[in-house]
Design a protein around this ligand. Sequence first.
Ligand code: G1P
Length: 305
Amino acid sequence: MSAQTSPVAGAFRTAVVPAAGLGTRFLPTTKAVPKELLPVVDTPGIELVAAEAAEAGAQRLLVVASPGKESVAGYFRNDDELEQTLEDRGKHALLAKVRRAPGLLAVDSVYQHDPRGLGHAVAQAGPALADDEQAVAVLLPDDLVLGPDGTDAGVLGRMAQVHAELGGSVLCAFDVPRDQVPAYGVFEVSDTADEDVKQVHGMVEKPAPEDAPSTLAAAGRYLLDRAIFDALERITPGAGGELQLTDAVALLISEGHPVHVVVHRGDRHDLGNPGGFARAFVDFALRDPEYGEGLRRWLTDRLKD
Ligand code: G1P
């Protein structure tokens, strides 16, 4: 781990992962399998996100689930019988793979019973925090935020460092073409001495391109002061008629709460729809020691047709 990505002790302990959605874009599969458990090559997207949280210093993953999606948190439990079988058969590499998720961090669930938006989902985590937790991380499992080497961005670790220096809340931004801003929360910013850190003066959810204050969009990584839970109680439905996390952040900013963004210069995948998922799968598979070379050869050939 580089100095840039070392966890900052005490910045936050809990990483909230909203995973209550129906996964409608992945129907019919999501009738039986939550989209968070779909494999990127051989590893569920939620394990990649949990690993990122653990790397940045999280000790606990708090999954916001909906009834019927117990298997998301269940995925992080040890399977003693399977592990014993693999051990008996000398399958040590596989054993390490199945033990990785349970070993990353502790996992708990809270439930969101009505689908009233991302802000409402995050609000469900508030009562599950200990009194001394001043900040909380939120990671949207649809977003994979990748470093220049493609696998480990450490962006949450960098956000924790900025949080330690500047306090308040720290989010992650990436630059998108203007015609894509209606899909995102968009920041109004000013520069700081660090070109990758901007001060945020406003935030708006899913603006029209002509109304967007910038082309810096929110990636699904948030390091939020505990004050967010109070703000979430005070917002009203916004874009799409939903309670938006963006609107709670905007409310905090309007009340003088410091918010900064780390501008992410690496890559990003959107696991929230089959097209984005296919790209992530291919990208990860191309870098896989077992499947990469064969896939590259096949793809090169296929693309000639
Ligand atoms: C959510 C957030 C949005 C953010 C985006 C990142 O939107 O509301 O602010 O930019 O995630 O992926 P959703 O993708 O759920 O529409």
